[in-house]
Design a protein around this ligand. Structure first.
Ligand code: AMP
Ligand code: MG
Length: 407
């Protein structure tokens, strides 16, 4: 596991071109604040030497001191002072912006918790010799492997979404994920025989989550993978810790997985950019206006390799064993819990239009934006109205807003 932290506003500014998330507000407010402080510091350095006061040094110094106090206060008041920290975790840059003066004390347990979730639930044999889920996947067929309450909870949710989507979301996708090994840097398209063998080992109905908190897989070679849901769980956990610590305004950015706490400090909704699928991360096709919610995107451009001119990406269709291909380029889900939005963005991406769209429209408390390869944009009803808790606005003229998908 690679881990680095860079607490502080100034360092974030100098990483100017590497804003990896799509939290438009965290980015803008941080920059605004940095310019404020940078200007203030420069002013501090040269102003006293170059100004001659017409009223003499005593009164001038008093005015100067008052001005400094005002500037310091305005720069460090709780509502205007974002603090940013980031670390490489869960295969992405986890970047947290909080509006509080106690950021250091609050953020440390959050990053520790996310690192702990990774160490329990990763199935990456490159990064870990052992994790709870690697133990499950390596256990002899039919034996029960005990796991922690956390891991059991995530598996339970992953199994629930597997059932809900009839296996489009597949908690036992591991044989295929391992075979394709996308993101390893030495990928190639597996043979048809290997893919067929892996597909035959993928079946969520054979996974047993036992009453005593253990997990059983009945066949050699089967395995679980929570890569499509663990980031959401970790974001929910991070938000819980921050809220318990009294944080009222924050953005948790886990790659394409954003969770916002409260509203912006000025009381208006956060603006979360929906990334333009064919562009760098800091270009967006639309904006979700929302408070106290999560916005999670799944897309084939997150991790892929190209062979013979064909793009092979990391979201796999359990039915075929190949990367999912159905004309969709991206699915973004807005909801209350990041674990649900994370699971559903992957589910919606694999199910495609109209089935994935219909599923999300039918579920309470979740909304979605589906983007096709030919730049059509489908938005569920709860994101359209001005009165909804969240609203989507399309801003890129190369994309077309559509009515409900047919079928
Ligand atoms: P996400 O980026 O949240 O859409 O999740 C993608 C990750 O989930 C992949 O890197 C795999 O680890 C895993 N995965 C791939 N295909 C599926 C699937 N059909 N169901 C569940 N998990 C999947
Ligand atoms: Mg997901």
């Amino acid at each position: 596991m690679r881990l680095y932290h860079t607490l502080g506003i100034e360092k974030s500014l100098f990483r100017g071109n590497t804003w990896l998330g799509n939290d438009l507000d965290g980015k803008n407010n941080t920059l605004l604040h940095t310019f404020c402080c940078a200007g203030f510091c420069r002013w501090l350095q040269w102003r006293p030497m170059t100004i001659t006061s017409p009223v003499g040094p005593g009164p001038f110094r008093a005015v100067l001191a008052a001005a400094l106090v005002f500037l310091l206060f305005s720069c460090s008041s709780e509502t205007l002072r974002p603090r940013v920290d980031e670390a490489y975790l869960l295969g992405t840059v986890v970047r947290i912006t909080v509006y509080t003066d106690e950021a250091e004390a609050l953020l440390e347990p959050v990053f520790a918790r996310v690192a702990d979730i990774e160490a329990r639930m990763s199935t990456s044999e490159r990064d870990y010799d052992r994790t709870e889920l690697l133990d499950v996947n390596r256990a002899p067929a039919g034996t029960a492997t005990p796991v922690s309450v956390d891991t059991f909870e995530v598996l339970k949710e992953a199994l629930r979404y597997s059932e809900l989507s009839d296996g489009a979301f597949e908690v036992t996708i591991w044989p295929l994920v391992r075979l394709w090994d996308i993101g390893s840097g030495h990928e190639s398209v597996p043979s048809e025989g290997d893919i067929a063998r892996a597909v035959s080992l993928v079946d969520y109905r054979k996974l047993s989550l036992n009453d005593d908190g253990s997990v059983t897989l009945p066949e050699e070679g089967m395995g679980v993978d929570v890569g499509a849901i663990a980031k959401g769980y970790a974001a929910d956990e991070g938000a819980r810790i921050l809220r318990e610590g009294g944080v009222k305004h924050a953005i948790l950015d886990f790659g394409g997985n954003i969770l916002v706490i409260g509203s912006k400090p000025d009381g208006t909704p956060w603006r979360v950019g929906v990334q333009r699928p064919d562009a760098r991360r800091n270009e967006y096709i639309g904006i979700v206006y929302t408070s106290d919610r999560t916005v999670v995107t799944s897309g084939p451009y997150e991790r892929f390799f190209v062979e013979d001119g064909v793009r092979y990406h990391h979201i796999l269709d359990p039915a075929t064993g190949y990367p999912s291909r159905n004309g969709l380029e991206q699915v973004t889900v807005v909801g209350d819990r990041s674990i649900d939005a994370d699971a559903l963005s992957t589910t919606g991406y694999v199910m495609g239009l109209p089935a994935g769209f219909t599923l999300i429209e039918e579920l309470d408390g979740v909304e979605a934006v589906f983007v096709t390869e030919d730049h059509r944009v489908y938005v569920t009803s709860g994101l359209k109205g001005p009165d909804g808790r969240s609203r989507f606005e399309l801003v890129d003229e190369e994309f077309r807003l559509m009515g409900p998908p047919e079928g």
